[in-house]
Design a protein around this ligand. Structure first.
Ligand SMILES: Cc1cc2nc3c(=O)[nH]c(=O)nc-3n(C[C@H](O)[C@H](O)[C@H](O)COP(=O)(O)O)c2cc1C
Length: 207
């Protein structure tokens, strides 16, 4: 029976594009060029009233997946349940990514292990959030002046153990948008990848 509409033939040998691989390759190029932003992302959540808010976090590669280390006492811990977005821009390679992802809590064993490698002040801050005030709470003016001393004096309940509030998220992206700047004579290259029923669909976009 003749085909009346155009149906592209599927090519089973064609490798499925995984945008996470491309993301890591682009990031590796930025790292090679000593780009100071290569390891960073803006982690975007919705505050109450749906107002968007972003903050810079170190973006980790955890066994080939994206992850972040955060503290549960921060407002972003609850905000993440409404969905998160990530944004990166690496000036060295002129590439921007916008990523939508769901998240799951990282294995506590991994958190405990990596927490031990942290410098003393961030470790003490994690215990400060746990025992004195949550992260991002307001400080009284006097508390603000004395914070450094207070942290120095803080005796960790157990020098080598992360508090329960020190945690991390494994990010499971379902949408990537990549914008690659091109030289003046060429339009920028923009494309989107959306995970639909386990398969990445690719959409070129108007830049
Ligand atoms: C370069 C840079 C890296 C940062 N990395 C982290 C990080 O990995 N984890 C983190 O919780 N905060 C990190 N921060 C601090 C956050 O931007 C933010 O101030 C803090 O997490 C409080 O966020 P909140 O208002 O959502 O509670 C970093 C800040 C900068 C400038």
């Amino acid at each position: 029976m003749p085909r009346t509409t155009y149906q592209p033939k599927s090519n089973p040998r064609k490798q499925q594009l995984n945008p996470l691989d491309t993301f890591f390759l682009d990031q590796a190029r930025a790292k090679e060029l000593d780009d100071p932003t290569a390891a960073l992302c803006v982690f975007i959540t919705k505050e109450s009233g749906d107002y968007p808010t972003g903050r810079t976090l170190v973006l980790r590669n955890i066994d080939g997946q994206l992850g972040v280390f955060i503290n549960k006492s921060s407002p972003k811990w609850n905000q993440k349940d409404q969905g998160i977005s990530l944004q990166t821009y690496w000036p060295s390679v002129e590439i921007q990514y916008r990523i939508k992802a769901s998240c799951v809590t990282l294995d506590p064993k991994l958190i405990r292990h990596s927490w031990k490698q942290r410098p003393e002040t961030p470790q003490k801050l994690d215990w400060f959030y746990e025992t004195v005030k949550p992260q991002s709470a307001n400080l009284d003016p006097k508390e603000a002046i004395n914070l450094a001393t207070k942290l120095k004096e803080l005796i960790l309940p157990d020098q080598s153990t992360a508090p329960n509030s020190a945690t991390g998220l494994l990010l499971e992206p379902f949408e990537f948008e990549k914008l690659e700047l091109r030289s003046r004579d060429l339009p920028h290259h923009r494309e989107k990848f959306v995970l639909i029923e386990g398969i990445w669909q690719h959409y070129p976009m108007v830049p």
